[in-house]
Design a protein around this ligand. Structure first.
Ligand code: GDP
Ligand code: MG
Length: 297
């Protein structure tokens, strides 16, 4: 990088579900812009996290995990993840040290090696793996010529994340500052708010229920005193799921609502009055109109 010129570019973060892509995005941006959960397929759309420093701006694109899709929603997720590989300055391919390299990782790696952008492989979750495991993974990956760098990190503890940023900055070409310096994401606050509600629901639900949850912000209004009223519908796929989501005497919905409200108030910097409704919409993940309604198109 030359001393004076400004550098910028888009960098995609990709990998199979649950390896920590969204956690890494948040670690890079140093704010929680993307929701994170232990459930696979938490992230459903591409979203950008923006890092602006004196001499460069990087726009990281967080993607849904690449997986074998079984619904229209799943197919959409894989399609948007793949679209994020085009015309970027670098690709960060995340693998998980806690689980080791999986056949699915190797399949994705083969595809990425055929692409043109510099490929940085990050071995994430080193806080949860032995050094021997990490060394073994580095050795296995070092056999591939097309990998530009192999970087062990912990997105959770931020170990190695600053070093990763420096390494990626060196790959940026000269370019403009695309976004204002204080902008951290391309997502509007109302979308992040809906995502935070989905995140709280994901943490508390099990089996197939999390995959069938959709959150729609139906109304958002600021009162004169600054209080924000939000009306939100949570969709699920069966009456039995609705019962679980609402819980005994509404306890589950109340818990999801108050956890989400705390995060949303931090995000918005104002008190929030959150009203949640639950609706059953069978098979919505295969219905184009519903997918559009919820912003998956
Ligand atoms: P994504 O599906 O790839 O976006 O993964 P998420 O960012 O949603 O993370 C999936 C799970 O892995 C969550 O429970 C995270 O807290 C966890 N996780 C992410 N990064 C790390 C890490 O560096 N160390 C550990 N121990 N867990 C992590
Ligand atoms: Mg994610």
């Amino acid at each position: 990088m030359s001393e004076t010129a400004f550098h910028s570019g888009f960098i995609t973060i990709i990998g199979r579900p649950n390896v920590g892509k969204s956690t890494l995005l948040n670690a890079l941006v140093r704010e929680k812009v993307a929701i994170v959960s232990p459930k696979p397929q938490t992230t459903r759309s591409n979203m950008q996290g923006i890092v602006t420093r004196e001499h460069y701006q990087m726009i990281f694109v967080d993607t849904p995990g690449l997986h074998a899709a079984r619904t229209r929603l799943g197919a959409y997720m894989v399609r948007v993840a793949q679209s994020a590989l085009e015309e970027v300055e670098a690709v960060v391919f995340l693998v998980d040290a806690a689980s080791g390299l999986r056949p699915q990782d190797m399949e994705i790696l083969q595809k990425l090696l055929a692409g043109s952008a510099p490929l940085v492989v990050c071995i994430n979750k080193i806080d949860a793996a032995s050094q021997a495991r990490v060394a073994e993974m580095i050795q296995a990956l070092a056999a591939y010529d097309g990998i530009a760098d192999i970087v062990p990190i912990s997105a959770r503890t931020r170990d190695g994340v600053d070093a990763l940023e420096v390494l990626l900055a060196e790959k940026l070409p000269e370019g403009p500052q695309y976004f204002p310096g204080d902008m951290l994401t391309d997502q509007p606050e109302r979308v992040i708010a809906a995502e935070l509600i989905r995140e709280k629901a994901l943490y508390r639900l099990r089996d197939e229920i999390p995959h069938g949850i959709g959150v729609e912000m139906t109304q958002i209004k600021t009162r004169e005193n600054g209080m924000i009223d939000m009306h939100v519908t949570i969709y699920c796929e069966r009456a039995s799921h609705k019962g679980i989501l609402i819980g005994k005497n509404g306890a589950m919905l109340k818990e999801i609502g108050s956890a989400a409200r705390r995060d949303i108030e931090l995000l918005m910097g104002a008190p929030v009055n959150l009203q949640l409704w639950v609706k059953v919409q069978p098979d919505w993940r295969n219905k184009p109109a519903m997918l559009r309604e919820l912003g998956y198109e």
